[in-house]
Design a protein around this ligand. Structure first.
Ligand code: AMP
Length: 333
């Protein structure tokens, strides 16, 4: 990594965390065992930031024992990401460093055994709602946790490599959480960071193929949604996928939100959501997206949270749906 070419934007963004970055690097050097955690039901950025950081540590500190834990993704594993490590409980009895990325609340960390860590680092871009760490770097202006982590790696004092493999993971995280640089969280810093990633030799055509390739039968899901979506009086579009419909369309609950952005560029639609029945957890999982208005306040009212333009929530029964849509609708009155 050529420190001399670090852009002013990248340096300036990193300055707010100078002491945190120093401490994080010190802890990475100090611990032999390092376990990297992220949120449940992972998306591109959760897995990209987790695996990018794991790869970077292994590339630069080959003697470290680095593990990645949590649930695998129903579609992206193993197409895009390797299977997570299966780690037995006794592994966590010895001293280890936990690095938790892309999640702000303890209950959403995909493996609760982070609580046994000797030292906990949190690196995130969600609003910081709960403290469970010893040191944190949290910046909500970053499009992705991957973007913040690359900023950190570039600002580390010392000479380190940023390999093509690590860069690919981070790029997937940034492209995923910025909607391929479409969402308003995309900034000059996002592009600056991507310049470094592209310079490591990654092939973005290959990456996009793997990220977004679909099967012909997936079009049936899209067709169902286009035939059955609703729009509230003030422009909240939403679709509902019951357990029966998921069975008919041959998709799992995790895939219910895949089509949510069908409504992202429709005139008069300010927010849009997918509502997917989770038969295992006896609830309906909601993914909410919005053009401009912050929707994370409404998400918090319905057992959720997230970013201003992309949040998650849940309701326990469809009886609560009118109230939920009503709260979103109020934002556009
Ligand atoms: P999703 O709709 O599941 O893709 O989530 C959109 C964003 O909201 C992601 O950044 C999630 O990490 C975040 N999110 C989803 N559910 C919750 C929750 N219950 N609490 C906090 N953040 C959430």
């Amino acid at each position: 990594m050529k420190k001399a070419t670090l852009s002013e934007i990248v340096i300036k963004k990193g300055e707010q965390f100078t002491s945190e970055y120093d401490l994080i690097l010190k802890k990475i050097k100090e611990f032999k065992r390092i376990v990297i955690f992220r949120h449940i039901m992972p998306d591109f950025d959760a897995l990209g930031s987790q695996l990018g950081l794991a790869t970077w540590i292994k590339d630069n500190f080959p003697d470290k024992d680095v593990r990645v834990v949590g649930d695998n993704h129903v579609v992206f594993t193993p197409r895009l990401f390797p299977v997570m490590d299966s780690v037995k409980d006794d592994y966590f009895n010895d001293d280890f460093l936990a690095i938790i990325v892309d999640v702000s609340n303890a209950s959403r960390v995909a493996d609760p055994r982070f609580k046994k860590a000797k030292y906990i680092i949190k690196i995130d871009h969600h609003p910081d709602i709960e403290r469970f760490e010893d040191v944190k770097a949290v910046d909500t202006t970053m499009a992705a946790a991957s973007e913040l982590i690359v900023n950190m790696l570039l600002n580390f004092k010392g000479k380190y490599i940023l390999s093509k493999d690590a860069s690919s993971y981070f790029y997937i995280g940034i492209a995923g959480d910025s909607g391929r640089f479409l969402y308003s969280n995309t900034s000059p810093h996002t592009f600056n960071i991507c310049e470094y990633l592209l310079n490591s030799g990654i092939n973005i055509n290959e990456i996009y193929q793997k990220m977004y390739v679909k099967k012909l039968e997936d079009l049936k899901v899209t067709a169902y949604i286009l035939n059955n979506f609703n729009v509230s009086p003030h422009g909240v579009a939403y679709y509902v996928l019951s357990g029966d419909i998921q069975k008919e369309l041959n998709i799992t609950t995790e895939r219910g939100k895949e089509n949510v952005n069908l409504f992202s560029n429709i005139e008069g639609i300010g927010a849009w959501c997918s509502i997917t029945e989770d038969l295992k957890d006896h609830c309906w999982r909601i993914s909410i997206r919005s053009k401009e208005k912050a929707i994370n306040g409404v998400a918090t009212m319905f057992e959720g949270g997230g970013h201003a333009q992309a949040s998650g929530a849940k309701i326990n029964s469809l009886d609560d749906l009118p109230r939920f849509i009503g709260e979103l609708d109020k934002l556009f009155m």
